[in-house]
Design a protein around this ligand. Structure first.
Ligand SMILES: NC(=O)c1ccc[n+]([C@@H]2O[C@H](COP(=O)([O-])OP(=O)(O)OC[C@H]3O[C@@H](n4cnc5c(N)ncnc54)[C@H](OP(=O)(O)O)[C@@H]3O)[C@@H](O)[C@H]2O)c1
Ligand SMILES: [Zn+2]
Ligand SMILES: [Zn+2]
Length: 335
């Protein structure tokens, strides 16, 4: 069948209509009629080839929600008509120790949905059903997509950093990932402090559940802490004054990076040493974590706040993401 997609034909280009053929799903594949697809900042990193891994034409989109239209002969866990979601990861070997331990996201043979693609900025997606996840009934399909990449990334990052409940959690950057992180941390029983460059977001963060909001103008360091934190999650796609943020960590506290920048980390050793603080980074999450996250989101009513654009307006939507104008996740609607 013919798929209608939006593709960047070269580095950083505006997206253009792009058609291609897909065959019927084989073995473990499924064909999904895409309803919605979130725009994650990683889509921009790929369109712009910030990571040197992009293939053109690049069909981005990895926060996909849609209805299963056809399944291959080996698919048992999904049937035609089911609503599913697909995130950053398209496949893994399913046999190495990482995969067997439920860490498919750490598999050396993991494959991303959009590199080389095609991803979800399209009306249909043919993909491996073993990385397509049933969407719980209680989650509105219009807002569900962002959970599949942004949601799992912050949920897995926070839990891997040791978040339980009754802790003080800091979130740097209140964009797509950050605004979901605030909700997960708060609704799972923690106190939350946000660091944002945008004064309007500081106000809205309280509505999302934040207890404290600190406006840190771009290029500036945060003020001296008045409250120490157990975990700080950075969701910003930029380098900040990390040593100033280390001062916010309590002893045994963890600074966890999920936002991506190519700049080397510039961190002093002494503040780590004297308070036994840790630094870590985390990438998406495995399949078990994904199921767990979707169930938590459904039970605790964790909902991405979205701005919906028709697929035809994908370039306007991308420009809004680039200029940090989206509140808080842009989602493309395919119809
Ligand atoms: N580790 C993973 O597995 C994984 C998964 C998904 C995404 N990511 C990465 O996570 C990052 C964030 O993605 P996203 O979709 O949440 O992006 P986003 O919606 O654009 O949000 C990023 C936020 O960071 C803040 N920010 C941006 N530029 C900044 C700067 N120069 N200085 C200070 N703050 C800045 C802004 O928040 P304020 O307005 O509040 O300051 C912005 O809203 C990207 O690098 C993306 O590639 C990683
Ligand atoms: Zn593996
Ligand atoms: Zn993403």
């Amino acid at each position: 069948m013919q798929v209608r997609a939006k593709a960047a034909k070269e580095v950083g280009a505006s997206l253009e209509t792009y058609g291609f053929e897909v065959e019927s799903p084989k073995e473990y594949q499924c064909l999904i009629k895409v309803e919605y697809c979130g725009i994650c900042h990683s889509d921009l990193h790929v369109i712009d080839d910030d990571w040197g891994i992009a293939k053109y034409p690049a069909i981005a989109g990895h926060e996909v929600i849609g209805i299963v239209e056809e399944v291959g002969g080996q698919v048992n866990h999904l049937k035609v008509g089911d609503r599913v979601g697909v995130g950053w990861q398209k496949s893994s070997c399913l046999q190495c120790s990482e995969c067997l331990n439920g860490n498919e996201n750490l598999c050396d043979r993991n494959q991303a949905l959009i590199v080389p693609g095609p991803g979800g900025f399209a009306n249909y997606l043919l993909t491996d059903s073993r990385f397509a996840f049933p969407i719980p009934e209680g989650i509105d399909p219009k807002v569900a997509g962002p959970l599949l990449c942004g949601g799992i990334t912050v949920y897995s990052g926070l839990t891997s950093a040791g978040m339980s409940s009754g802790q003080e959690i800091g979130i740097i950057g209140i964009g797509g990932l950050g605004h979901m992180a605030v909700q997960f941390a708060k609704k799972l029983g923690n106190r939350v402090t946000v660091f944002t460059t945008s004064p309007d977001k500081a106000e809205f963060a309280h509505k999302l559940g934040a207890d404290n909001a600190i406006v840190v103008p771009r290029g500036k360091a945060p003020p001296q802490p008045t409250q120490l934190l157990n975990i700080i999650l950075s969701t910003v796609p930029a380098s900040l004054d990390w040593s100033a943020y280390l001062e916010y960590l309590d002893s045994d506290g963890t600074l966890c990076f999920v936002g991506v920048t190519d700049a080397p980390l510039n961190l002093p050793l002494w503040p780590l040493l004297t308070k036994r603080r840790r630094v870590m980074a985390s990438i998406i999450g495995g399949r078990a974590a994904m199921m767990d996250m979707l169930s938590v989101a459904s039970r605790f009513k964790i909902e991405p706040v979205v701005e919906v654009f028709p697929l035809e307006q994908v370039n306007e939507a991308i420009e809004k993401v680039r200029s940090n104008q989206v509140r808080y996740r842009a989602v493309l609607a395919m119809n």
